[in-house]
Design a protein around this ligand. Structure first.
Ligand code: TXA
Ligand code: MG
Length: 309
């Protein structure tokens, strides 16, 4: 696959919406950096983002919305959250908020956390794309892991062109630096990532922003991620008595669930969080089959390693 770089107009935005509806990936311009977008509510589509970026771990992603109503279906807005959204949306501020219990976004987007990061971009192409798609888009910066964030359509084509179907060209990004990420999900408002909107402008509303600390979930702090209650035994070859079997690929054993009966890692990633959650609700001991370590297998194993300690 080689992505088409297309000047964003009514027709190409329509084509992009169509790709998103079918679970595909589209690069979209925002005023901060280009994003690699997929339907945030489709597990498989989101798994494809991680595959394309070759992220070694499932870092949580930002859900992009085009209006407040869409945002309020995903998260619980405190009065302070309302205030920040009034002031900075649309724009370069991402809010991390408590996820609503009925939030339709994939567990893979939130990495199993009970919080969700939301941003309403200002770029007219991003706005139009989300509005016409009609739901939230998960979008990390459209660069391979560890590489610079792209600020032109050509950067995306150079770095990820063979991994996605369409790159909407909306010109160079005005800001060129990622959004500022502020968490309102902890005891105190905290700055999780400095970015497009300067700290002091935000602090004028929030008061001093805390640093991400022990009580605040921040990008690298996976300990705060969803940890199952059940005992997980990973890299298992077979279930032992009393263990529910979470299989991968064809298995001779009776499986409580199978991450991918055909051994497909994108499918396994898409199923990982919701299957773990479902098994955790009914079993105290779960044995998980060995997952290959190539491709998305690295991120799946990383997540399982963390969940099994
Ligand atoms: O400007 C931007 O924010 C760009 C454009 C495309 O919108 N997006 C972007 O996404 O930079 P990404 O995935 O590269 O960075 C998302 C950041 C990461 O630092 C991630 O850890 C944090 O947001 N994040 C997302 N969800 C979170 C959550 N529930 N709790 C804490 N941090 C979260
Ligand atoms: Mg990034």
């Amino acid at each position: 696959m080689t992505a088409k770089v297309s000047q964003a107009d009514a027709d190409t935005i329509k084509a992009a919406v169509n790709i998103l509806r079918h679970g595909g990936l589209v690069a979209m311009p925002t005023e901060t950096v280009y994003g690699l977008a997929a339907n945030a509510c489709n597990d498989t589509a989101v798994a494809r983002i991680f595959e394309a970026k070759q992220r070694p771990a499932f870092n949580p992603l930002i859900s992009h919305v085009s209006n407040r109503q869409m945002a309020e279906q995903l998260a619980i807005f405190s009065p302070l959250a309302q205030q920040l959204a009034d002031r900075f949306w649309p724009g370069g501020l991402t809010l991390v908020l408590p996820k609503r219990p009925d939030c339709p976004v994939s567990d893979l987007v939130t990495a199993g956390l009970d919080t969700i990061a939301i941003r309403m971009p200002q770029h007219p192409v991003a706005q139009a794309l989300i509005e016409q798609f009609g739901g939230p888009l998960a979008a990390p910066s459209a660069n391979p892991s560890e590489r610079l964030s792209p600020t032109t359509a050509q950067h995306v084509a150079d770095q990820l062109g063979d991994k996605l179907e369409l790159i909407l060209d909306g010109g160079p990004c005005r800001s060129g630096i990622e959004s500022t990420v502020v968490s309102l999900a902890g005891d105190q408002p905290a700055l999780l990532r400095p970015g497009a909107i300067a700290r002091d402008i935000i602090e004028a509303i929030t008061g001093p922003l805390a640093k991400p600390g022990k009580t605040i979930s921040s990008p690298g702090m996976m300990k705060r991620h969803y940890a199952p209650n059940a005992r997980l035994r990973i890299n298992a070859d077979a279930p032992e008595p009393g263990e529910a079997w979470l299989a991968f690929g064809p298995t001779p054993h009776e499986a409580a669930a199978n991450l991918s009966p055909t051994g497909d890692l994108v499918e396994a990633a898409a199923n990982l969080f919701h299957m773990l959650r479902a098994l955790d609700a009914h079993h105290s001991h779960i044995a998980i089959a060995r997952i290959p370590r190539h491709g998305l297998g690295e991120a799946i194993n990383d997540r399982l390693d963390r969940a099994s300690v």
